[in-house]
Design a protein around this ligand. Structure first.
Ligand code: ZN
Length: 550
């Protein structure tokens, strides 16, 4: 017995030692691949995990964390801004996709560029901190940093300030860049133009099939009709709206471009373009460690258009899995040591109506009607002849009354009092409350109060004046016509914050970790793997992944 116990203990120690020895990626990692899947919630990953056979299966056999985007403003631009900076949006300054600038009385898009007449100018001017790619370039000037996405804001937030090439897709154009996002020299733009030209020529000869006509039985079972808000959808794949867009001179028509983005062939296109960049730039085969960041957008487009609980998302998940699998096959063939991390910019949940069928108490909120009721109340109470509350997002309301501080305070107090009486509102906070609610250092992401989550995405100059938490599983939006969003994200609830964080490299030991980690932990972990110093970060290096943190 005694000897047996000793042996067992020694075996455990040996396993622990081997675990540490095997855990770290190869010291000479030549390529870091960062995949962000837009709106890929931890729940969505777990729901489809058993069905994956391609790239997502491989990543499922690596180190798996349930991660958090810790902040409340769970939108695309803020979420992407945390992944490679190691900072919360309160520090990145990217507090929303679009914020209301009270001084100018206008909306500011997160990657818009001030002081230029070029309407297509896009860049990281609003991003207040540096990224892992910037740290790489500083420490190893020969490192190449490339960022590619379906969306400009995703590519730019991942690329940072010093990228060698930043590409995104523009409707009717294909992959493109802007000189404000990175170099727009012929060496960068010509390959994109050639890729687009070849693609459009191929499609002109044979129109692309946006959705498969044969789908797996598991997806077929989800083909059910629903009425979301005021919009009735058949739930069939291919969706009706995608079927009639490929006639005539369809390639540059907006209806085709729209249906392309909301289809399972859009992410594979982004991956094909990234594949071409890997060859052209010989990524992973230079003297330094290179970074390839890719954000795949269609999971988000499909989630908004059809919800994430139907056949459309089922088909999208299968296509994404296969496309990432083909991409891995490419890296394997290069025979360079590479590390992959996959995460998401935010989570999401299904449309309220379908959640209700599954016994979840969920309601739909018409945001325009909600803000109008608020403004009508304020106008009557305060004797105003204009609408004092502005902003497209009812979760971040801005007060627009000019420089009169007394009036501003009266509007704020009346708004908070009204909000707290509404049955669909769980909590409402002023800027003053939000600014003062910094969580104590080291507090775990799953323990943050809702007010602390708001603090993590609060910026004095850019955030709204009043932060609102609506009821759990509320769908904010009123779909009326085909094309309208039926579901979304953006709340401080955990289903919008929880995202998978998956690490994989050749020889990794599979592990499902239980402790909550954050997307801000990714950049400091990659910095240790690539042997580069970080700038100031909010996150921490993950020992399980890096082996030993500095
Ligand atoms: Zn997003």
């Amino acid at each position: 017995m005694r000897a047996g116990r000793w042996t067992a203990a020694a075996g455990t120690m040996l396993a622990a030692w081997q675990g540490i020895a095997r855990a770290a990626p190869q010291p000479e990692t030549k390529l870091v691949v960062v995949l962000a899947i837009d709106q890929f919630s931890a729940e969505l990953f777990q729901h489809y995990r058993a069905s994956f056979t391609g790239g997502l299966k491989r990543l499922s056999d690596g180190i798996i964390f349930t991660g958090y985007q810790s902040h409340a403003a769970t939108e695309t631009c803020p979420g992407h801004s945390t992944i490679l900076t190691g900072r919360h949006p309160a520090a990145t300054g990217i507090v929303a996709n679009t914020w209301f600038d009270v001084k100018s009385g206008s909306n500011v898009y997160c990657v818009a560029v001030r002081g230029t007449a070029d309407a297509d100018a896009r860049g990281p001017q609003n991003l207040r901190v540096s990224t892992f790619g910037d740290w790489l370039k500083r420490a190893q000037p020969q490192a190449r940093v490339v960022s590619i996405s379906g969306k400009d804001r995703a590519a730019i937030m991942l690329g940072g300030h010093k990228a060698d090439a930043v590409y995104w897709s523009n409707d009717g154009v294909g992959f493109t860049t802007s000189s404000y996002a990175g170099p727009a020299t012929p060496a960068v733009t010509a390959p994109a133009a050639a890729f687009n030209k070849a693609l459009f020529a191929r499609w002109k000869a044979a129109p692309p099939q946006l959705w498969p006509t044969q789908i797996p039985a598991s997806c077929q079972a989800l083909e059910q009709p629903h009425t979301f808000g005021k919009l009735a959808l058949s739930g069939k794949v291919p969706p009706e709206a995608s079927r009639q867009v490929e006639n005539g001179d369809f390639l540059h028509r907006t209806d085709f471009q729209d249906q392309l983005r909301v289809s399972p062939i859009f992410d594979p296109l982004t991956i094909d373009f990234a594949d071409e960049a890997v060859d052209r730039l010989r990524l992973g085969r230079g003297p330094a460690t290179d970074l390839l960041a890719i954000s795949l957008s269609s999971t988000d487009y499909v989630g908004h258009r059809y919800g994430n609980g139907g056949a459309e998302m089922c088909v999208q998940m299968a296509a994404l899995d296969q496309a990432i699998g083909r991409f891995f096959a490419k890296f394997d063939s290069l025979n360079v040591p590479y590390v992959v991390v996959l995460t998401a910019d935010h989570g999401g949940t299904d449309a309220a109506e379908r959640l209700s069928e599954h016994g979840v108490e969920a309601h739909r909120i018409d945001p325009a009607a909600f803000v109008k009721r608020l403004n009508d109340t304020l106008k009557a109470e305060l004797g105003l002849n204009y609408e004092p509350i502005v902003g497209d997002d009812p979760q971040q309301l801005s007060i627009n009354v000019g420089p009169d501080e007394t009036l501003r305070a009266r509007v704020r107090d009346a708004t908070l009092a009204w909000l707290r009486q509404q049955p669909e509102v769980v909590a409402a906070y002023s800027s003053e409350q939000t600014a003062a609610a910094a969580p104590p250092p080291g507090k775990l992401a799953d323990r943050l109060t809702v007010l602390e989550r708001f603090h993590e995405s609060y910026d004095k100059e850019r955030s709204g004046d009043i932060q609102v938490q609506f009821s759990e599983y509320a769908s904010i939006g009123m779909p009326r016509a085909p094309g309208d969003a039926v579901a979304g994200h953006g709340s401080p609830w955990d289903y919008d914050r929880r995202v998978p964080i998956l690490f994989w490299w050749s020889g990794v030991t599979a592990e499902d970790r239980k402790e909550p980690v954050e997307t801000v932990d990714i950049a400091p972990t990659l910095a240790v793997i690539a042997h580069v110093p970080t700038a100031e970060v909010d996150g921490k290096c993950l020992e399980t992944v890096a082996g030993a943190c500095r």
